[in-house]
Design a protein around this ligand. Structure first.
Ligand SMILES: [Zn+2]
Ligand SMILES: [Zn+2]
Length: 393
């Protein structure tokens, strides 16, 4: 990136910073759970409209989702930035989605000030409910990314992790049906749906011994019966089944379902299952795109951590990464301290000067990367080639 662009981008970010800080703090003060992000989505939409974006809101029939588009004066690639703004129960923005939204929306706004000159289209997507029933899944399944060349989402963290992997996940509910009876007087007339459910848990524990070390199967009993003197005729368990790739997840799901069938069979009960939340695919980082972003962050004095992470969860960005080249890097907001996400301590970090400086650097890195792709068609071609080879099989 030339010095001339660097200075322009720095000025644009400096000018925008008070509005982004205001957005992040407003959302922090009004934490809203997934699909209830009425104020949070509106605040993003207002800012994007003020900066000349055409906004579709609600989007895809989802009341707290939006699609904001800024078309540049010249032809060029389409770059999408994905904003999240849902909070957690009890602890508000313990995952830092207030500053996540401000950062990704901020990057879209900064790039929109340049595409009239360099070409291209900027899209900012408001993607609700990342913590529960993420609508990036809905968008990946719809036509949202058909015309998008590259998608970015950045997340606050306690380290500058390069975009890596996330686990594929299915949320499955298992329901067991038996027959009530007096537990003391006539137990022989009953069919115990709780025993079926307990058998299921024990079968999963047996299965777990032979699973790949990276796989995860974990559940809770949500309904376990009414009273100790009644044989339960209905129980319900919720599970998450996770694996590092889709083929193994598909295999694992079938094995877990067989455990539930076995549990029901042993207790002479019936079993049904269904999904209770959206399923997330594993994140496939576009390494060409990731290397470009990491180099740009390096030029801004930020070293990205490229070693594989020890712990990981699942995210709806995974589904996006399987329909369009994408990265999901992290930016450090904890001033060198080790602070886990989903805590009140992490939430407080989002309001610090260090966090805002990290936000500014991240926006600069995203903008540099976007300009590289717009001005160097060979680079964009390499990104797409990798996607076609790795993802679209
Ligand atoms: Zn998060
Ligand atoms: Zn989270």
């Amino acid at each position: 990136m030339t010095k001339q662009w660097g200075d322009r981008i720095e000025t644009l970010i400096d000018e925008l910073r008070p509005e982004l800080q205001e957005l992040s703090e407003y959302i922090y003060e009004h934490p809203e759970l997934g699909h209830e992000e009425v104020k949070s989505s509106k605040a993003h939409v207002d800012l994007l409209e003020k900066h000349g974006f055409e906004v579709e809101y609600p989007y895809l029939g989802i009341s707290t989702a939006f699609k904001a588009v800024y078309k540049g004066g010249k032809a060029g690639p389409t770059l999408a930035y994905l904003s999240e703004y849902d909070a957690l129960p009890g602890i508000g923005h313990g995952c830092g989605h207030n500053i996540l939204g401000a950062t990704d929306t901020g990057a879209g706004i900064v790039l929109s000030k340049l595409v009239d000159e360099v070409g291209g289209t900027v899209i900012v997507l408001g993607t609700p409910a990342e913590e529960t029933n993420g609508d990036k899944v809905t968008m990946a399944d719809a036509d949202t990314f058909d015309d998008v060349d590259v998608a970015f989402c950045t997340h606050p963290s306690d380290k500058n992790y390069a975009s890596g992997k996330s686990m594929a996940m299915e949320a499955i509910e298992f329901r067991f049906y038996g027959k009530t009876a007096h537990a003391a007087a006539t137990p022989f007339e009953g069919k115990n749906a709780l025993e079926a459910c307990i058998n299921f848990f024990n079968s999963v524990s047996t299965l777990r011994q032979q699973l790949r070390p990276t796989a995860r199967v974990h559940g809770v009993i949500k309904e376990g019966g009414e009273a100790a003197n009644i044989i339960p005729d209905y129980t319900r368990a919720e599970f998450y089944v996770r694996a590092m790739d889709m083929p193994y997840l598909n295999e694992l799901r079938e094995k877990v379902i067989r455990c539930a069938e076995a549990g029901a069979l042993a207790a002479d009960c019936k079993m049904e299952w269904s999904h209770y939340e959206a399923s997330y695919k594993n994140l496939i980082t576009n390494e060409t795109l990731s290397a470009l972003y990491n180099d740009n962050m390096h030029s801004l004095g930020v070293e990205m951590v490229t070693e594989p992470r020890e712990s990981m969860g699942s995210m709806d960005m995974g589904n996006v990464s399987q329909v369009v080249p994408a990265i999901n890097p992290y930016f450090e907001i904890t001033n060198g301290k080790s602070v886990s996400g989903h805590t009140t301590e992490f939430r407080e970090c989002t309001l610090t000067e260090e966090a805002y400086e990290a936000m500014e650097k991240t926006i600069a890195g995203l903008t540099y990367t976007a300009l590289d792709l717009i001005t160097d068609s060979e680079k964009l071609h390499q990104v797409k080639e990798e996607f076609l080879n790795n993802v679209k099989v």
